[in-house]
Design a protein. Structure first.
Length: 253
């Protein structure tokens, strides 16, 4: 069943991944979450790199990855990418708290562009823009971002370099209504794991870690599909060969 869920994630048009620190047997590890509207797969691994992410997504994943800018996700060369605007807005806010004089202009301008992009998304969703009007407005946002470049200190330069590196991943959500502007689905999926970590600290053994990843993947997917986890587990134990589409029917849209 766990492998079936991994297969469905690999076929999903959009995936939102995230990761958080974990411990297995008192040693550092990482808990990963890969979520879509219909399923979530958790994995506990020793590392936080591309190799660990590829074990779930597959090296040839060609959908959209909505992530927080962590470098490992950028290694999926066949995928399109949407960087999390919430992380960028938070970064701009933190910069504005300490910036002085002319150094405030660049993060303030970037923040304004990102907020304008979110407002543009809302207008699109409310059918207030034609497709051509949306394309024109998106082009104007990109031009505003280019004009905003002002590197008065090292923090501004780092932010500018980040924006240049992820330029193609800034506004994909405006072109694709099925793509979120932030990676909030992954943040929501990983939150129960963080609560669990605070109460128990992690797993004692790697066998226990794998068991937890499998069970929590099934439980979370059941929740997304509006199914009762214990009833679903009972059916699986009684009929191990039951097809995944029968055991876990898709949630009604």
């Amino acid at each position: 069943m766990y492998q079936s869920l991994i297969g469905q994630v690999r076929e999903a048009p959009v995936v939102y991944p995230d990761e958080t620190g974990w411990r297995v047997g008192g040693q550092p590890a990482w808990l990963w979450a890969f979520t879509t509207p219909q399923e979530t797969v958790y994995a506990i691994a020793r590392g936080r790199g591309y190799a660990e992410a590829a074990l779930i997504l597959g090296e040839q994943y060609a959908g959209v990855i909505g992530a927080d800018g962590w470098a490992a996700y950028g290694c999926f060369q066949h995928a399109d990418h949407q960087t999390c605007l919430a992380h960028l807005l938070r970064r701009c806010g933190e910069m504005l708290e300490t910036a002085t004089r002319g150094a405030v202009r660049f993060p303030r301008a970037v923040k304004g562009v990102l907020q304008a992009a979110l407002a543009l998304r809302d207008r699109r969703d409310n059918d207030e823009l034609s497709p051509n009007g949306l394309r024109v407005a998106q082009g104007r946002l990109a031009a505003r971002l280019d004009r905003a470049a002002e590197f008065t200190n090292a923090a501004n330069l780092r932010l500018a370099n980040h924006l240049v590196k992820h330029r193609e991943a800034l506004f994909l959500f405006l072109q694709r209504p099925d793509v979120e502007a932030t990676n909030w689905p992954a943040a929501q999926a990983i939150r129960p794991a963080v609560v669990n970590r605070k109460s128990c600290g992690g797993n004692r053994t790697w066998e226990g870690a794998r068991t937890q990843a499998i069970l929590t993947s099934l439980f979370q997917t059941c929740d997304q599909r509006r199914l009762q986890p214990l009833r679903t587990c009972t059916r699986l134990l009684q009929t191990p060969a039951i097809p995944v589409h029968e055991l876990l029917p898709a949630a009604p849209s």
